[in-house]
Ligand binder design. Structure first.
Ligand code: 6GU
Length: 232
């Protein structure tokens, strides 16, 4: 799967791309990520300005339409495979695991990271992108949100996780609508806190029943809404 990320702050991505699971997926050729600096498509050759004040007044600055459209068109040309254009914005559809699993089937995504007060509306009207938000709170820009999209999508690509089963078992994945039960590893006791006896019993049926009961209890307590959205 190929990701093209368009941003005003390319250095934000350096650490993220070179660590852990994502770095391994890139090494193994399962994922390609290309970062593009929107400022390079500025029509203002002197200051590489890409934003301006909103018509009609109001606070802050907007990202102008010409550099964004030129950049997306140029980036589309960089691969034969057309990319699905995704604009990261708090006004977008809220990302959830169902959406992630749908997007994991795309061959290529072009992620546009907003800054300031967002984009000129004509960016949306011309590019007709998917608009995505990662939750009901405001971030300083779409960069962190785009990493959320890459991170959650990549782990659904077959072969990316070592153990195929592990993403299936996760909370919110297709196989599971419950939060996870508590987990423990060594030592068996620390500062008076012991591992539940059942987990040391070796009785697989009892362990499975205990985990189901704990997961159900935690979900009911913390996220009762998950029981009501079975279709989700
Ligand atoms: Cl995609 N962008 C910004 N700036 N804030 C957000 C968001 C995106 N999703 C949630 N909050």
């Amino acid at each position: 799967m190929r990701f093209d990320i368009i941003t005003l702050f390319p250095p934000i991505f350096a650490g993220y791309l070179t660590q852990s699971l994502l770095a391994k997926a890139i090494d193994r050729g399962l994922v390609e990520i290309h970062i593009h600096d929107l400022r390079e498509w500025s029509t203002d050759l002197k200051h590489h300005k890409i934003d301006d004040r909103p018509y009609g007044g109001g606070p802050g600055m907007l990202i102008c339409v010409p550099p964004v459209v030129h950049c997306v068109e140029a980036v589309q040309q960089m691969s034969e495979q057309p990319g699905v254009v995704v604009v990261m914005t708090p006004q977008g559809d809220r990302l959830d695991q169902r959406r992630v699993e749908h997007m994991a089937r795309f061959d290529r995504m072009i992620l546009l990271c907003g800054r300031y007060e967002g984009f000129d509306q004509r960016v949306i009207d011309i590019l007709n992108p998917i608009e995505l938000s990662v939750g009901d709170y405001v971030l300083n820009g779409g960069e962190v949100a785009s990493m959320v999209v890459v991170d959650s999508t990549v782990r659904m690509i077959p072969g990316v996780l070592g153990d195929e089963k592990s993403s299936w078992d996760d909370s919110f994945s297709r196989g599971n609508r419950y939060l996870e039960s508590p987990q423990y590893t060594r030592p068996p006791e620390f500062r008076g806190h012991s591992v539940p006896e059942v987990l040391l019993s070796g009785d697989h049926q009892r362990i499975a029943d205990w985990r189901t009961a704990e997961a159900t209890k935690k979900t009911r307590l913390r996220r009762n809404d998950l029981f009501k959205s079975e279709g989700g």
